[in-house]
Design a protein around this ligand. Sequence first.
Ligand code: ZN
Length: 303
Amino acid sequence: MKRLFTILLLASIVAFTPACSRQPIKALIISGQNNHNWQVSHPVLQKILNNSALFEADIALTPAAGEDMSTFRPNFSDYDVVVLDYNGDRWPTETDTAFLEYVQAGGGVVIYHAADNAFAQWEEFNKIIALGGWENRDEKAGPYYYLVDGKPTLDYSAGPGGSHGSEREYPMHCRKADHPITKGLPDNWMHARDEMYDRMRGPANIKDLLYSGYADSTKGGSGREEPLVFTVDYGKARIFHLMLGHCGPTADNNPAMQCAGFQTLLLRGTEWAATGKVTQPVPKDFPTAEKPSYRLDYKAPAE
Ligand code: ZN
């Protein structure tokens, strides 16, 4: 009898262990060079992840631009997911190789905002991001990818890759509501003031397009329905590409990253990239179709 009681007691402890006491997902944020304000963005990314209690995020910073890169040797295999907030000098060959081995072995990767500007000449990296921009990308990088009447369209016409109109609030349009990352979230919601990347080019090996947005030509955009959030078809890897989140001058003046929609996608996409699942409920402060919503302190409200 006593033995049965012990078993039941153990079973109930397992069953009622709260989510926050689970082993955190180990994430590595890579930063240190960017044409963006990486000094602000990388601690903000870390804060969003760690505040959720789902993740334990470390940071690996590269040496400064032009400095000797040979010491930059993060141990990717220690992590469930690598979050790229990096757009700068090429890594040492050993690090490139270690990164590819990590990704090709089924590693999780999050491509955040200008990380898709990086490494225009690195062919394999371009397959990992599917679409990239700037850094002299043109038709040689691959086609433009956009939606015509809701259908993905590849456009091989000549021209530069990567641009954006003026920063503004804009509606996000869900393109796959049954993906773990989008499940339960509204089909249309208002993103806070941000850039909207457009005219991106690349191998365009998008697996699931999750969100698009209309790049209004009266605001300097392409006049097309542009892919903004998607997963990438790259072997066993789980790759989440989040073009949103242009970083402001300070953590307190950073609307695109303070957006509850951005933070929700970062958290859900990072969990999915790490594990293939999303265990997070739909947050009660998620933006509506009409109104953006902010988490000024980078923390979700208590349930
Ligand atoms: Zn930007």
